[in-house]
Ligand binder design. Structure first.
Ligand code: GLC
Length: 484
């Protein structure tokens, strides 16, 4: 019998993974992408063992492995836990300063003071883990600033031959700390220069990923271009330009076994493009549940974190005006207090603005399955997953054409003439009254039910899965590992 070829061994490192811990889209990608890569690679996931994770619910057990890590002058005990989730081996790093906090990173306004130590320790523990592994890892896939230092620790240790891919999900969060973080982490001061970790007199974690990874990816091709400009580069545009040759943009997908209106267990009525009319039933019961009147009106939704990135300022500014239109709006989310307050106060004035404060995964799914339109006025959006979920659930996204929104949502103006996947209403935030105009366009479309349905049915049959993206990552993994 022919012996099957051994698969390459990959460790996917992330500070959040759905369903264990989630603050945003990173968590969804950190499950969806490894899952899609599983048939091609021996891939496992590694994340922190936050105290908020329910060990019993996920059958998370001690591996029997523990080690000590020296950080600056202090030794930290690290315990390793694991479980298997949807066929993927998941490892969890447990060490007191990293895990014993209330939330993952701090409040929406401010990160924990010792996040440098927490995620420096996390990154060091990842490297210690791969070093003790009997069968060596071929490649580490790192994500965002929280695991970026792994790239530096890898380069420091010439005995490890593991290759390294670094993915930027959001350049707005770089992990910037005072210079003293360097000595707190026991890093040599020789790293404190422009080509390495120094950033306007501070220390920048993300720069380690950019400088020392073998390949950098961003979560959409358009964002890969945008980050080279002062408008979107968040101060790193020059540094990224230097590393442009090893940078690739790959559009995220969604885990369609998880996000499909046909199988989603959160929905009262499952549906697909052939039974699209059932969506209307979902809408009616959702409106009833949330006590929203005028049920024949189009339902617009907004789901997301309340932070400036998501275009909340624009939304808040226009909400009074929008409420005078013949529509209903449902908003779900939480985040910065000032925004929550503003939205709460506006929604209390208008019956057709319904506000649910918090993060409720099931409710969000019922909203996708009930809505006619979804608002995404993001100022910048590295990829965005909500627009993909919306289209998959037969809901038209209304987007500011930036980042991955530009790559994934084509204007309905081109629907009849161009053969593309994914259509929605696109606007450019920079143009005056752009959001209002886009909403008016949606109201027009709502009147033309035949066209609206045609677009939705087309969207629902498009492929937003990870298939294409996973192939692109597989090509990168293979080319790097073969080079060894
Ligand atoms: C971040 C980005 C978002 C992206 C997600 C997953 O949350 O802001 O645009 O979709 O990461 O990559």
């Amino acid at each position: 019998m022919k012996k099957s070829k051994k698969q390459k061994k990959i460790l996917f490192v992330s500070s959040e993974v759905y369903p264990f811990a989630k603050s945003g889209g990173l968590a969804d990608v950190s499950l969806g992408l490894p899952k899609a890569l599983l048939p091609m690679f021996d891939i496992s996931i590694m994340m922190p063992m936050y105290s908020s994770i329910d060990k019993d619910r996920f059958d998370i057990v001690h591996t029997g492995i523990s080690f000590e890590i020296l950080l600056g002058k202090k030794k930290h005990l690290v315990e390793l836990f694991s479980t298997s989730y949807e066929g993927i081996k998941c490892y969890f790093i447990d060490t007191r300063i990293l895990c014993a906090k209330k939330s993952l990173y701090g409040t929406p306004e401010k990160g924990y003071k010792d996040n440098d130590l927490r995620f420096g320790l996390f990154s060091k523990a990842v490297i210690a883990f791969i070093k003790q592994s009997v069968e060596p890892y071929d490649l580490l896939h790192l994500n965002d600033w929280q695991s970026a230092l792994c790239a530096l620790f890898l380069k420091e240790d010439s005995s490890i031959k593991t290759k390294c891919v670094y993915t930027i999900h959001n350049l707005a969060y770089q992990g910037v700390f005072e210079k003293k973080a360097l000595s707190r982490l026991g890093l040599s001061s020789s790293y404190f220069n422009m080509e390495s970790l120094e950033f306007y007199g501070d220390m920048n974690f993300m720069k380690a990923g950019i400088a020392y990874a073998d390949v950098i990816t961003t979560v959409s091709p358009n964002y890969a271009k945008e980050i080279l400009t002062p408008e979107f580069g968040c101060g790193l545009e020059g540094f990224l330009a230097k590393h442009q040759n090893k940078t690739v943009g790959i559009l995220n997908g969604i885990d369609i076994s998880n996000f499909s209106p046909k199988t989603d267990t959160a929905l009262e009525n499952n549906y697909d493009s052939k039974s699209y009319d059932k969506k209307y039933k979902n809408k009616q019961s959702y409106l009833k549940e949330r006590d929203i009147k005028n049920t024949q009106r189009p339902l617009f939704i907004f789901i997301g974190r309340f932070t400036w990135q998501k275009g909340i300022d624009l939304l808040v500014k226009e909400l009074d005006k929008i409420s005078t239109m013949k529509l209903n709006i449902a908003i779900l989310g939480n985040g910065e207090k000032k925004y929550s307050k503003q939205i709460k106060s506006i929604s209390s004035k208008h019956k057709n603005i319904n506000f649910y404060f918090g993060y409720d995964e099931e409710l969000s799914r019922r909203m996708y399955a009930s809505a006619d339109f979804m608002l995404m006025p993001s100022l910048f959006e590295p990829c965005g997953l909500n627009q993909l979920i919306a289209m998959n659930y037969g809901t038209i996204p209304i987007v500011n054409s930036v980042g991955g929104l530009k790559d994934s949502v084509n204007s309905i103006d081109d629907f009849d003439s161009k053969n593309m996947s994914g259509f929605g209403i696109c606007f450019e935030k920079k143009k005056p009254k752009a959001l209002i105009k886009a909403i008016k366009k949606a109201l027009e479309l709502y009147k033309d039910k035949e066209r609206l349905n045609k677009i939705n049915l087309h969207n629902m049959e498009c492929d937003f899965s990870w298939d294409r993206g996973a192939k692109a990552y597989a090509t990168i993994y293979n080319s790097l590992v073969e080079k060894r």
